[in-house]
Ligand binder design. Structure first.
Ligand code: PRX
Length: 648
C-alpha cells in the first residue's frame, strides 16, 4: 500500500471534544450550499457590527457585471473586533506572545496593552495626516509593531499594504508606486537568525524611485545607526511620546477596503489583491476557529511572516477576532539550532502549530534528535500551508513532531481567497497524507478540463470554485479589468484558482500544483515572468526563460535559462553575478538555484518559448520531450540537453 492510500481516522478523544464532528460538518456544509444567505446571515453574527447588516450575499461573476459584495449595508471596525470587544472579560489575557530571534527575548502582550498600543499607533498615524482610505505601506520585520501598525490602520480606516521585509528596495518601490502610498512604516533593521536586514536603507533606496512618499515612520529595533531625513523620517518612539492612549475606532462599511497585498501571477508585475472589511473578517475568524478547532485558552502559533497572507489571516486577524493568544516569531527554524520551533513550543506551551512543508522538509533533513530531545506534550493539533506536502514529510510531521497524537490539517488556499478553502476539520475528517481533503463551508470546488467541461467523480483537472464566499478578493487594486481577466475569463462564471487538482473516490481533493507560469519556492509564490524580467534588465542578458524544477527542500527550485548578448561568455562568475542581480532586483527568495547559459531557446515558428521542453530538461527528463518538430530551430534542444545543470 502506498502512502497515498493510508487513512488516519479521527482519534476518538479528539472527535469527542472537537467543535465539529463529521455529522455536524455534513449538516453545516449542506446548509451552506443550499442557502448561502441564511447560512452566512447567521455566521456573520460572530462579529460585532456597529450597524447590523440586512443584506448578505450580492455577487455576480458574470463578465458584464462582475461584483462581489457581502454584508454590504453593515458597518464594523476590524480593530474593534480584534481588540475592544474582548476587553470586557479578557483584558488581562495574553493576546500576542512575541518570541524574538534571540531565544532570550520574548514578551507577552495582553489585550489591554494591545488596545493602548494600537490606539497610540493610530493616533500617531493620524497626526502624520493619514486618513480613511489612504494607503499605508508597511515594511516591517516580525516584531509586535507590525501587528500594531496593521490594527492601527484598520482602526482609522487606512488601507495597509504590507511588503514582506525580504523583498528588495526595487520590489518595494514598485509596490509603493502601484498603490500610491505616501506613508511608509519600517524599522531600522530586521533580525533573522542573528543576521541583520537593512530595512531603513532599503526604504531610502526605494523612495528614490517611488514618487509621493511624504513620511517614513521608523521603529527602533536593533538600535544600529541609520540615516534619518529631517521633515520626512520620524522615529516611532519619539512620535509616540505623550500620545493619547485612546483612539475611537472608525465605523467602516463592510465593503470598505481593509488591505492590499501584492502577489505574483503568471504575467506582468505583481497584482494588488484587495480584501475588504466584513466578509474577510468573518472568513478569517470562522476558518481559524473551525479548522484549528480553536477553544478559549489555547495557545496558537502560526510560523508565517505577516508579509504574506497567512500572516494577515492566521497570525493577526483570524486569531485576534477570536480572542485567541497568538504567537508571533521573529526568527528562523534553525537558529540557534534545529530544535528552535520545538523549544518555542515547550517554552510557551503551544497547543496548535501551523507551518509550511518547506520548513518541515528542512528540519527533517537535520534528523529526529533535534525534535525528540524536546517535550512537545502541549501540542494538540498541527497544520500545513503554502504548497503540497509530500506524504513522507507529512508522516514525519505526524509521527516525529506530533508523536502520532495530533491530527494534521493540510490547508489549501491562496492570497486571493482570504482564508482557508479546502482543509480537514480535525474532529470530522479522516486524514490522507498529502490531501487537503474536503471543502470548508460555502466552498464549491469543481474540476474542469481545458475546455471548461465540468468533470465528475474521481478525476483530475483544473481547480475552479463555482460560487462566491465571504473572504474572496474583491478586485485587483486599481485594475478591475485585470481581476476579470485573471480569474474569471478562462472559465466564465467560475473563479479559476490556477491550480491543478485530483479528486479521489472519497471526494477528497489533492492539489497537484500550479498549472500556470507561477512557481512555488519554499511556499512563496513567484511569477516566472518576474524573474525573467529581472534577468533581462541586466546589461549582458538578451533573453531569459525561467521554469521550476522539483527541489527536495524548497518544493520547487528556480531554473533560469539565459541567453547572453553577442560576444559575452557564460562564465561561473557571471552566473554568480546574475544570481546576485536577481536578489537585488526582487529579493533573496527569487534567487535562481540554477543558471544555464543557452545560445538559443526553443521557440515555435511564431516565436513562443516552448516551456514544456525547458521544464523537462530542468527536471532531467529529456528522454520524453514530446514533439519538437514545430520548433523554429530544433538543434538548440541538443545544446540545452548537453549543458543541463541537473544531471542525475
Ligand atoms: O498552488 C497553491 C499553493 O499556494 C498557492 C497560493 O499561494 P499564495 O497566494 O502565496 O498563498 C499561500 C498561502 C495560502 C496555491 O495556488 N498552496 C497553498 N496551500 C497549499 C497549496 N498547494 C497545495 N496544498 C496546500 N495546502
Amino acid at each position: 500500500m502506498s502512502n497515498q492510500d493510508k487513512i488516519f481516522p479521527v482519534p476518538d478523544d479528539f472527535a469527542k471534544n472537537a467543535l465539529i464532528d463529521d455529522t455536524l460538518y455534513q449538516k453545516m456544509y449542506q446548509a451552506s450550499i443550499d442557502d448561502p444567505d441564511a447560512f452566512w446571515g447567521e455566521h456573520g453574527k460572530r462579529l460585532s457590527w456597529s450597524k447590523q447588516y440586512t443584506k448578505v450575499k450580492d455577487v455576480s461573476w458574470s463578465k458584464e457585471n462582475l461584483h462581489v459584495n457581502w454584508f454590504s449595508d453593515g458597518e464594523l471596525n476590524v480593530s474593534y473586533n480584534c481588540i475592544d470587544r474582548h476587553l470586557k472579560d479578557k483584558a488581562d489575557q495574553i493576546a500576542i506572545i512575541w518570541e524574538g530571534d534571540d531565544p532570550n527575548k520574548s514578551e507577552n502582550i495582553t489585550f489591554a496593552q494591545l488596545h493602548r498600543r494600537v490606539c497610540r499607533f493610530a493616533n500617531v498615524l493620524k497626526s502624520m495626516g493619514v486618513q480613511k482610505g489612504d494607503r499605508v505601506t508597511i515594511y516591517l520585520p516580525m516584531i509586535p509593531e507590525a501587528a500594531y501598525a496593521m490594527l492601527a490602520c484598520a482602526r482609522i480606516g487606512a488601507i495597509h499594504s504590507i511588503v514582506f521585509a525580504g523583498f528588495s528596495a526595487e520590489a518595494l518601490a514598485g509596490r509603493i508606486n502601484d498603490c500610491r502610498s505616501s506613508v511608509i512604516i519600517t524599522a531600522d533593521e530586521g533580525l533573522r537568525g542573528s543576521k541583520s536586514v537593512p530595512l531603513k536603507k532599503n526604504v531610502d533606496e526605494a523612495v528614490k524611485h517611488a514618487l509621493g512618499v511624504d513620511k517614513i515612520l521608523v521603529v527602533e529595533n536593533t538600535g544600529n545607526p541609520v540615516s534619518m531625513k529631517g521633515g520626512r523620517d520620524i522615529w516611532w518612539h519619539e512620535a509616540a511620546t505623550g500620545v493619547d492612549e485612546f483612539c475611537e475606532p472608525v465605523a467602516m462599511k463592510a465593503e470598505d477596503p481593509l488591505f492590499i497585498l501584492y502577489t505574483s501571477g503568471s504575467t506582468g508585475q505583481p497584482k494588488g489583491v484587495l480584501h475588504t472589511t466584513g466578509g474577510y473578517l468573518v472568513w478569517a475568524s470562522m476558518t481559524h476557529e473551525y479548522v484549528f478547532d480553536y477553544k478559549p485558552g489555547d495557545i496558537y502559533w502560526c510560523t508565517a511572516d505577516v508579509g504574506w497572507v497567512t500572516g494577515h489571516s492566521y497570525i493577526v486577524y483570524g486569531p485576534l477576532a477570536n480572542a485567541a493568544t497568538t504567537l508571533m516569531f521573529e526568527g528562523v527554524p534553525t537558529y540557534p539550532d534545529a530544535s528552535r520551533f520545538w523549544n518555542v513550543v515547550d517554552k510557551h506551551k503551544v497547543n496548535i502549530f501551523y507551518t509550511a512543508p518547506t520548513a518541515i522538509r528542512a528540519l527533517m533533513g537535520q534528523g529526529e534528535d533535534f525534535v525528540k530531545k524536546t517535550s512537545r506534550k502541549s501540542l494538540r493539533l498541527l497544520g500545513s500551508v503554502g504548497e503540497p506536502i509530500n506524504p513522507e514529510a507529512w508522516e514525519w510531521y505526524y509521527k516525529v513532531v506530533g508523536d502520532s497524537r495530533c491530527p494534521i490539517v493540510d490547508t489549501w488556499w491562496q492570497t486571493e481567497t482570504g482564508g482557508i478553502m479546502i482543509s480537514p476539520l480535525p474532529g470530522a475528517t479522516p486524514l490522507k497524507p498529502g490531501s487537503a481533503t474536503r471543502p470548508f463551508f460555502g466552498i464549491k470546488p469543481e474540476l474542469v478540463d481545458s475546455e471548461g467541461v465540468v468533470l465528475e467523480g474521481a478525476t483530475e483537472g483544473n481547480l475552479v470554485i463555482s460560487d462566491s464566499w465571504p473572504g474572496q478578493m474583491r478586485t485587483v487594486y486599481g485594475d478591475h479589468q485585470r481581476f476579470k481577466d485573471t480569474y474569471f475569463s478562462a472559465y466564465p462564471g467560475k473563479y479559476f484558482t490556477g491550480d491543478g487538482c485530483r479528486r479521489d473516490e472519497d471526494g477528497y481533493y489533492w492539489i497537484t500544483g500550479r498549472v500556470d507560469d507561477v512557481i512555488n519556492v519554499s511556499g512563496h509564490r513567484m511569477g516566472t515572468a518576474e524573474v525573467e524580467s529581472a534577468l533581462v534588465a541586466h546589461d549582458l542578458v538578451s533573453e531569459a526563460a525561467v521554469v521550476g524544477y522539483p527541489h527536495d527542500v524548497k518544493g520547487q527550485g528556480i531554473y533560469a535559462y539565459v541567453t547572453l548578448s553577442a560576444g559575452n561568455d557564460g562564465t561561473p562568475e557571471l552566473a554568480k553575478d546574475l544570481v546576485n542581480w536577481v536578489r537585488a532586483e526582487i529579493g533573496p527568495i527569487a534567487s535562481p538555484d540554477k543558471i544555464q547559459f543557452a545560445p538559443g531557446l526553443p521557440k515555435t515558428r511564431s516565436g513562443k518559448i516552448m516551456r514544456r521542453i525547458l521544464r523537462k530538461i530542468a527536471e532531467d527528463e529529456f528522454s520524453n520531450l514530446g514533439d519538437t518538430s514545430t520548433l523554429a530551430d530544433p538543434e538548440v534542444v541538443d545544446d540545452l540537453i548537453e549543458n543541463r545543470q541537473n544531471k542525475k
